[in-house]
Design a protein around this ligand. Structure first.
Ligand code: P6P
Length: 283
């Protein structure tokens, strides 16, 4: 009972965060800050403001031991008696805010040490024409913000055995021959290209449309991939596998097998329906 109550506190905090960030996106300053984050991305003022909104709200939770953010160099201690580490990307896809594309926030909730086997929930928000929230503990639930400022449950999300969408990340001239031919084989089978450059929105689309493949491989300009393990890749791997899909880094049978060695570690990543992940693994 206590555990459920604490998770409900975290979910409520993310709901409050989503409402606040969706507001600053509408009317905030789109300019760049003078700083960059731990992975060298130039920070938008909105990246920093979103991170502050999240930090301030999570600081209110006694159940959180520490927070890890894409926008913070190192973990921030919240409460030494807390049980949960929350690792998050405060504003994923923020480089698309200036063109008014959908962006979002991604949260991995770890009980105990920062390790995929300790993931007990994953949550993400999407700031688009509507504000949406996906909460995954055992199943994957979609919620939508209504006129009254409440998140209403819409439906449970599941991936089909095989989909139709192909979200192809990474600099194409840097793709390996095997990756290029795997991607081409899906297009030759009639898959549709769906890629915006915001991971959270692209993975939301594949999930809501029932399936397909999202890939961000290793390339010469990103030899360990670009997407961050602790607060982007593992939360979505947890969600996709709970939704009946599969994931891999091209070698492991699941992204959830990867050990977190550093806070801002990246990995090549593939998320999708089982048929497409089988295609990645077996060509
Ligand atoms: P590229 C956004 O900056 C991000 O971290 C992810 O949201 C997105 O999937 C990826 O980078 C896009 O990278 O190299 O395709 O522009």
């Amino acid at each position: 009972m206590q555990k459920g109550y604490k998770m409900q506190e975290i979910i409520k905090a993310v709901q409050d965060i989503a409402i606040k960030i969706s507001e600053v996106l509408k009317y905030g300053d789109l300019g760049y800050a003078t700083s960059s984050n731990a992975t060298g991305d130039t920070q938008l003022k909105l990246d920093i403001l979103s991170d502050e909104i999240i930090e301030n709200r999570l600081k209110e939770l006694k159940c959180v031991s520490s927070i890890i953010s894409e926008e913070k160099e190192s973990p921030l201690l919240i409460d030494k008696d807390g049980e949960y580490i929350i690792a998050y990307d405060p504003l994923d896809g923020s480089s698309l805010v200036d063109v008014n594309f959908a962006v979002g926030s991604i949260f991995g909730i770890y009980k105990g040490a920062l390790d995929a086997k300790n993931l007990v929930a994953a949550i993400y928000t999407v700031y688009g024409p509507r504000v949406e929230l996906v909460v995954c503990q055992d199943d994957v639930r979609l919620f939508r913000l209504d006129r009254a400022g409440e998140f209403k449950f819409i439906k449970t999300l599941e991936l089909k055995e095989k989909g139709k969408l192909n979200a192809t990340g990474g600099t194409q001239k840097g793709w390996s021959d095997s990756h290029r031919s795997m991607i081409k084989s899906l297009f030759d089978d009639g898959y549709r290209l769906r890629y915006s450059g915001a991971m959270v929105s692209d993975l939301h689309q594949v999930l809501l449309k029932g399936g397909g493949l999202f890939s961000y491989p290793a390339t010469p300009d990103a030899p360990n991939g670009k997407l961050r393990l602790a607060f982007e890749v593992l939360p979505f791997a947890y969600i996709y596998e709970k939704a009946g899909g599969a994931t891999t880094n091209g070698v492991n049978s699941s992204l959830l097998d990867i050990k977190i060695e550093q806070t801002h570690q990246t990995t090549p990543c593939y998320f999708g329906s089982k048929f497409e992940i089988d295609r990645v693994r077996n060509g």
